[in-house]
Design a protein around this ligand. Structure first.
Ligand SMILES: Nc1ncnc2c1ncn2[C@@H]1O[C@H](COP(=O)(O)OP(=O)(O)OP(=O)(O)O)[C@@H](O)[C@H]1O
Length: 309
């Protein structure tokens, strides 16, 4: 369990994290989401005792990180995956880490198998691909068999197979009753991995909700209706706060009325409907909408559309 209370971090004049309070519970993967520069890494560093809060506090399993006698058994972490510049093999890298923290050699073998690095375990870790490096980072995080895992952008730069692998691994670890917190700036990926979401923007809490609830609240405000009597239905639906637009002859896009209400009005008017579909806003859209004002740097419009500026 991770508990943050009014956690605040300032770098000089700049507020990176402001009055952040949340709880990350065991048994579920919790996604830590926010646009670039939102304060995710800063918060994670404070959880791990690598940065001191300006004010407020954060505890892991009831104590500050530094107060734990054997922190690696409490929290396993992977911050920004970097290339490991080492001439050591993956096996020896993990063995050295284990030796300094009193972890037995057999645990090194276990984590190598868990992350699927057996075949390359004796190869120089410095020559690893990004994906293999991520696996090694996760092996290090799992070494102490910790109850809590904190991972910063673990899927960054991975191929689809690697992403699927991390997704399943994290779900399994949570199902074992561990607390799993992972950050990302990609809503779509998080929706597939996490059950719970903590969303921040400009260092402040914007949402603390289940993914299911986030999906529900993101459900679009418009309803697509198809009928041969589009003109008559348009008149029947007309009212204050109702907007009806149309791009196809028999299709109406209605905002301001629920699908239940539209169905009722159509029935009362004797209009047969061929389709009545609430439009689901994509999660990515909902997330961007929620954090729009909290984005540090807005890309120029052309870049946002995926074209070179
Ligand atoms: N050591 C530091 N000194 C000064 N400012 C910092 C420092 N670390 C972070 N910041 C600032 O604090 C804010 C939050 O940064 P942080 O890296 O925590 O965000 P993030 O959500 O992890 O972003 P990203 O997704 O880009 O990694 C940013 O404005 C950043 O420039």
């Amino acid at each position: 369990m991770i508990e943050a209370h009014a956690l605040t971090k300032r770098y000089g004049e700049r507020a990176a994290v402001t009055e952040l309070s949340f709880t990350v519970r065991p048994g579920a993967v919790t996604g830590f989401l926010g646009p670039n520069g939102a304060g995710k890494s800063t918060t994670m560093r404070m959880i791990l005792g690598l940065d001191a809060p300006t004010s407020g506090r954060v505890s892991v399993n009831g104590k500050r990180y530094a107060q734990h006698r054997a922190p690696l058994h409490e929290v396993g972490a992977m911050l920004e995956a970097r290339a490991i510049h080492t001439g050591r093999s993956a096996y020896n890298h993990l063995l050295a880490l284990a030796a300094t923290t009193g972890i037995p050699r057999r645990r090194v073998d276990e984590v190598i198998d868990i992350v699927g690095l057996r075949e390359v375990a004796r190869k120089r870790a410095g020559g690893f691909s990004l994906g293999m490096g991520q696996r090694l980072g996760i092996a290090s995080a799992l070494l102490g068999d910790p109850a809590t895992l904190v991972l910063d952008e673990p899927v960054n730069g991975l191929d689809p197979e690697g992403i699927l692998w991390i997704r399943n691994l994290l779900k399994d670890l949570a199902a074992e009753g561990r607390t799993v917190l992972l950050s990302s700036h990609l809503m779509s990926e998080m929706a597939l991995t996490a059950e719970h979401l903590i969303v921040i923007g400009r260092g402040r809490l914007m949402a603390d909700t289940s993914v299911a609830e986030f999906v529900r609240s993101a459900a679009g405000t418009s309803v697509r209706v198809r009928t041969e009597e589009a003109d008559r239905l348009r008149q029947a639906l007309a009212g204050r706060d109702v907007t009806v637009s149309s791009t196809e002859r028999e299709v109406l896009e209605v905002t301001g009325l629920s699908s239940d209400r539209i169905g009722r009005i159509a029935a009362d008017s004797g209009i047969a409907l061929a389709e009545l579909t609430p439009q689901q806003a994509s999660l990515e859209e909902a997330f961007m909408e929620m954090t729009r004002d909290a984005v540090e740097y807005h890309a120029p419009a052309r870049e946002r559309e995926g074209q070179p500026a």
